[in-house]
Design a protein. Structure first.
Length: 141
């Protein structure tokens, strides 16, 4: 391994030093790859899906933000669609987001770059039905 005349002890020292450096470098590379895999970077575009009531939910993702969100919920005898006009929510590095108005909340977690699972809550103000929370799944269209 040693290419020029040096003592055997010096050669072992250098060889050991190179092995330690190689192992440390490998650990750093492996750690960096793992940390990058933890973050979710959802694809831009339109997302649509349904709630566990079979009602629609939709929004757009643009540059790490959720925009133009709306969802529909049912509570006998009423059905209502909730909008988030002008609102947007940042998608964090774990793929989570949440947005609210005084009567509605939409939150979610991207499970991959194309799919999100979440919850939507809407409060019926002019219909007996109270507050309803549903789960949903949406995918990029």
């Amino acid at each position: 391994m040693c290419d020029r005349p040096i003592t055997a002890t010096e050669c072992r020292r250098r060889t050991f030093g190179l092995r330690v450096l190689a192992i440390a470098s490998g650990a750093l590379v492996a750690f960096g790859a793992s940390a990058a895999a933890d973050g979710i970077n959802p694809k831009n575009g339109s997302y649509a899906g349904t709630t566990n009531q079979g009602k629609p939910v939709s929004f757009k993702v643009s540059n790490g933000r959720v925009k133009n969100a709306k969802f529909t919920v049912y509570s006998a005898p009423c059905t209502s669609t909730f909008y988030f006009p002008g609102a947007s929510a940042t998608i964090n590095n774990k793929g989570k987001f949440s947005m609210s108005t005084s009567i509605a909340t939409l939150s979610g977690k991207f499970v991959n770059r194309h799919k999100v699972n979440g919850k939507a809550t809407g409060e019926f103000q002019s219909c007996p039905g109270g507050t309803v929370t549903v789960s949903y799944t949406a995918t990029r269209q």
